[in-house]
Design a protein around this ligand. Structure first.
Ligand code: BES
Ligand code: MN
Ligand code: ZN
Length: 447
């Protein structure tokens, strides 16, 4: 049994515990063996998500397979607690010789009067965490196994399981359609690019869908503008924007939300080779815009240019939200603690900030001054694909903005939050699924 205590509730613990031993600080645990009770501190506020994750991780390590949370004192936070537990229960062990036996069952105890809302919360928490875990499972796969074609196969499996419509544009279809951005980035690899389009029609027929667009570079070497070797292995996570979209659209379908949504995943492998695109190239994107390539490592915006234009022109989206591990500059600005948020639409920005407050996935608003667009003007084409070091995350956002046209648009740069090297609270080493739960929240509350 697990119980959660804020500092103010510390006195409710069934035995006397000296404050020096356990002060109910956030995520501090106290095991009372005689009572078979694990007490978890909440500190001043009540972040049940992380505390539940801490509890689950601790019990799982001790070999427990059945866990019960006593939430009689926190019945309003059942969703967060269940979400935190299901997130903490995930670990990536596909390729490990010894696998950990995970927690198999979670019971939640509430008072009878709170039962109905607790059940609703438990369902929401479980579904949204399961969606994020799907995003993490595919996100953690390495580049030799997961590339555009095998990613499309994974998406087909999910679409079949959740009853989604799916269309995959292969290299021939991309050529025919004029998706020059995706084709340029994919040109260096023997594994051709894919545009994966998944539709969920839960709303009225004819209702314009919300488009969720994701960057899914299955491995980013930088291409001809090659990256240094140090930490290059982390670039298996350069597909995580697309993974958030995959998880979110699956979660939205599982929850049966009454909305239309379309998930668009732009996938390529960025490799240096004799067939690779090069600095100085001029590339025509899906909407006919010419781009001068300055740096082949600024590939994310090239594949997203096509995908965002496709959302606007072909899907007639009511709003477009893209997610991408787009720039190292965003990590310099915000660290690993928040994703940058850029938007052309106040209502969409507010809705995303509200969704973020609920999901606990931090977003921080960033500017879209016209000066950034000026910084990426080209002498020979409409735009350059980089604008130099200063304001790198903002010039990248300004670049994407051009492809959304008048459609309300928001961009999340998740370069700092898409994966982690530490295991604590509700998260574990590897892909975090960041964005999945915020997108589901957004879709739940939109309009
Ligand atoms: N995928 C990277 C961004 C990235 C780098 C994410 C490190 C997480 C950690 C992206 O494709 C990239 O290489 N961006 C360049 C852009 C530059 C060439 C303008 C960058 O940030 O250095
Ligand atoms: Mn790159
Ligand atoms: Zn990249």
């Amino acid at each position: 049994m697990v119980r959660f205590y804020t500092k103010a509730e510390r006195g409710d613990v069934p035995v006397k515990v000296p404050e020096g031993e356990w002060a109910a600080e956030a995520n501090a645990t106290l095991m009372l063996h005689h009572q078979n009770l694990l007490c978890v501190g909440l500190g001043e506020k009540t972040d049940l998500r992380t505390a539940a994750g801490t509890a689950l991780r601790k019990l799982q390590k001790a070999g427990h397979v059945k866990v019960a949370f006593d939430l009689r004192a926190h019945a309003g936070a059942v969703a967060e607690a269940v979400e935190g537990a299901v997130l903490a229960g995930y670990s990536f062990e596909t390729f490990k010789a010894k696998k950990q036996i995970g927690v198999q069952s979670l019971r939640v105890i509430v008072n009878a009067k709170d039962l109905a809302r607790a059940k609703k919360g438990a369902r929401e928490g479980e579904f949204s965490a399961t969606a994020a875990n799907l995003s993490r499972s595919v996100g953690n796969l390495p580049g030799n196994l997961l590339y555009p074609e095998t990613l499309a196969a994974e998406c087909r499996k999910v679409a079949k399981a959740e009853g989604l419509k799916i269309t995959v544009l292969d290299e021939k279809a991309l050529q025919k359609g004029g998706f020059g951005g995706l084709l340029a980035v994919g040109a260096g690899s023997v594994r051709p690019p894919r545009l994966i389009v998944m539709r969920y029609d839960g709303g009225r027929a004819g209702e314009a869908p919300i488009a969720l667009v994701g960057k899914a570079i299955t491995f980013d070497t930088g291409g001809i503008s090659i990256k240094p070797a140090d930490k290059m292995e982390e670039m298996i996570f350069d597909k995580c924007g697309g993974m958030a979209v995959l998880g979110a659209i699956a979660g939205i379908a599982q929850l049966g939300l009454k909305r239309n949504a379309v998930g668009i995943i732009a996938s390529a492998e960025n490799m240096p080779s004799a067939t690779a695109y090069r600095p100085g190239d001029i590339v025509k994107t899906y909407d006919g815009t010419f781009i001068e390539i300055i740096n082949t490592d600024a590939e994310g915006r090239m594949v997203l240019a096509d995908a965002i234009a496709y959302a606007r022109k072909d899907c007639k989206a009511a709003a477009i939200i893209d997610l991408a591990t787009l720039t190292g500059a965003c990590v310099v600005a915000l660290g690993e603690y928040a994703a940058g948020l850029w938007s052309t639409d106040d209502k969409l920005r507010d809705a995303l900030m509200a969704a973020s407050a609920k999901s606990g996935e931090r977003l921080w608003p960033m500017p879209l001054y016209d000066d950034y667009t000026e910084q990426i003007r080209s002498q020979v084409a409409a735009y350059k694909n980089t604008g130099g070091r200063y304001g790198g995350a903002c010039t990248a956002a300004a670049f994407l903005r051009a492809f959304a046209g008048d459609t309300p648009w928001a961009h999340l740069d998740i370069a700092g939050t898409a994966w982690t090297t530490k295991s604590e609270g509700h998260l574990a080493r590897g892909a975090t699924g960041f964005g999945t739960r915020t997108l589901i929240q957004l879709m739940e509350s939109w309009k």
